[in-house]
Write a protein that binds this ligand. Structure first.
Ligand code: FES
Ligand code: MG
Length: 602
């Protein structure tokens, strides 16, 4: 294959004799009348007939940057280098916009739009004369939406992320990680340590330049995992947005997609079970976001690979944390890149025998070839496998009488938390507590500081009504801070459980993504203030300490009262989304969408 489709230094040798998909539009022998019509309008801005009918690969560029999506906005600049890469490798570029997604300002939650961007992108990739696509990713949900669509359509595809922002700094020169400063700033503001003006200044320091979040939040996680999956150039994920290497990588990505089209290297060749196993292992080593299992399982569903939350626990839990980056560690994106980026981390995993070595990647090489020998430049940032930051740092897959499925990120469980809550702080074992239950984030904000809400320093905070149905799209609200009176006593964290998500930048050891959610008939709906829960991390269980008969009684009562319902839908998409969506443990995919696979071949 490589002999027919070589790619070196921007030179692509086209595969002979194979008609590309775009020829159905631009070079149809059976229907020249339609070809004339298809070509006609692309001439009106200066494309020539010769270009369009040349038989060269036509490459889409899925643009996710815009003024409304600042995390990805730098793609408006980078796309120029992508185009030049495509052109110098002998392709033709068509840039088009995607439905924008901005994590931090989209109401009620950006995750509602992951499936909307997915749907739109599937239609574009399927319906226009495209032979391959460069997916411009970055902010949290743009990466999974793009990869889910590439999986469904299955034309050659490659990701280029926008890159993390430069490091931010606080007034005292301490690192200000995006997202982290929001959680910390809110605590300081709630405890009365800073005023409103200082609060805004404090959190603004987390966004010092173009790019996506510079912590290992969901954006850095999903883009690292796109590379681990083989769907982005090796070494590309960690390059900061403002570094020159980012523009150079954009150029190389443009060249690479042309070669991928000639080689007919499709997502289904790359996004295999082996590659997904590498993703799970890598996610633990980088201290990745709790949103990763949702998005990765969704991609697997769309490409038709079996993957479950049990796989995440079984393959990922015993892997150590190697990357010293916030929120699980200390540093930010620039140190991550300069220490060697993702290849240095995957090289450690490879040496330890943790990778499925034969997984094919976008450049036509195996993951082993891409990462072998790529050592870390700084052992403080990227640790050796046998001297990690945290051993056994993966997710636990929890089950019990409170829900069928939820996850917990163990690498963020602090020594203080272990000491205070675990029955034996030297072991990940059990704790019990009584609960304070909140119906969505508004209720939490209204009642948290109300003295009548039963919260002391042993309470478990429970958030419900925040799942895919309850708060359409599932809100990132399970990481809750204690009331001001406890914060002022120095109690900064209580255990949290909920049916919503939490931000990837949060360092809270919550039990989250509980499925089924309250609004889908889960037992979170029958929980009352003061009920006791037992959480056993070893046994992976969360149980309500009330009699089964009482549980049945409450369920019957709830049913008689019409069940647990979230707010009304406010837009057409919210209603359609709620009708079609699966739960978080199933990747929150649109149930009817999953049956459409490899649609470009239809
Ligand atoms: Fe967009 Fe974090 S808010 S990347
Ligand atoms: Mg988020």
């Amino acid at each position: 294959e490589k002999k027919l489709a070589g790619y070196k230094d921007g030179l692509v040798i086209p595969r002979q004799g194979r008609k590309l998909r775009s020829a159905r539009w631009f070079n149809s022998e059976s229907n020249p009348g339609m070809t004339a019509l298809y070509i006609e309008r692309y001439l009106n801005y200066g494309m020539t007939r010769e270009e369009l009918m040349s038989g060269k690969p036509v490459i889409g560029i899925a643009q996710t940057g815009s003024d409304i999506a600042p995390c990805n906005r730098h793609h408006l600049e980078l796309v120029k280098r992508v185009r030049e890469g495509i052109r110098s490798a002998g392709g033709i570029a068509f840039e088009f916009p995607c439905h924008p997604i901005q994590e931090s300002s989209r109401r009620p939650t950006a995750c509602l739009d992951r499936n909307l961007m997915y749907l739109g992108l599937v239609e574009i990739l399927y319906a226009y004369p495209l032979d391959g696509v460069v997916l411009l990713t970055g902010c949290d949900k743009t990466t999974p939406a793009a990869l889910m669509a590439a999986a469904t359509v299955n034309i050659p595809a490659i990701c280029l992320n926008v890159g993390p922002m430069l490091n931010g700094y606080l007034k005292n020169d301490e690192l200000a990680g995006s997202g982290m400063v929001v959680w910390k700033g809110r605590e300081m503001y709630a405890a009365g340590e800073i005023n409103r003006e200082e609060f805004v200044d404090y959190i603004s320091r987390g966004a010092p330049s173009v790019g996506h979040c510079n912590t290992m939040g969901t954006a850095s996680t999903m883009n690292a995992l796109a590379e681990a999956l083989g769907m982005a150039l090796p070494g590309s994920a960690a390059i900061p947005a403002a570094y020159r290497q980012r523009g150079q990588c954009a150029y190389e990505t443009g060249g690479r997609i042309v070669e991928m089209v000639h080689a007919d290297r499709k997502p289904s060749d790359i996004m295999t079970r082996e590659a997904f196993e590498n993703v799970i292992v890598t996610n633990t080593a980088i201290g990745g976001s709790t949103n990763a299992p949702i998005h990765i399982n969704a991609m697997a569903k769309h490409i038709g690979v079996e993957l479950s939350l049990d796989d995440w626990d079984q393959l990922g839990f015993h892997v150590p944390l190697l990357l010293n980056m916030q929120p699980a560690g200390e540093f930010l994106g620039e140190e991550y890149y300069r220490a060697g980026g993702l290849p240095a981390i995957m090289a450690e995993l490879l040496e330890a025998g943790k990778l499925r070595t034969g997984a094919l990647t976008c450049n036509g090489e195996t993951i082993e070839t891409n990462v072998r020998g790529k050592g870390s430049w700084n052992r403080k940032i990227i640790r050796p496998y046998n001297d990690p930051l945290v051993p056994d740092a993966g997710f636990l897959h929890m089950q019990g009488t409170l829900f069928n499925s939820a996850i917990m990120k163990t690498c963020v469980i602090s020594p203080q938390f272990r000491q205070k809550f675990l029955e034996n702080p030297n072991d990940l074992n059990a704790f019990e507590g009584s609960v304070a239950v909140f119906d969505g984030p508004e209720d939490y904000h209204d009642r948290l500081d109300n003295p009548e809400t039963p919260i002391d320093d042993t309470t478990i905070l429970v958030m419900r009504g925040a799942g895919p149905l309850g708060y359409p799209g599932a809100a990132e609200v399970v990481n809750m801070h204690p009331p001001a009176r406890l914060l002022r006593q120095g109690i900064n964290a209580l255990p949290c459980i909920g049916d919503g998500r939490q931000s990837g930048t949060s360092g809270s050891p919550s039990i989250l993504n509980a499925s089924p959610e309250a609004a889908a008939g889960g037992n979170l709906a029958i929980l009352r203030d003061g009920d006791r829960l037992r959480v056993d991390l070893n046994k992976r269980s969360v149980d309500i300490l009330i009699e089964p008969a009482e549980i049945e009684l409450r369920r019957a009562e709830l049913k008689a009262n019409g069940g647990y319902n979230g707010p009304e839908s406010h837009t057409p998409w919210q209603e359609i989304f709620r009708r079609e969506t699966d739960q978080l443990n199933e990747g929150m995919v649109l149930r009817d969408a999953v049956k459409y696979q490899r649609v470009a071949q239809r």
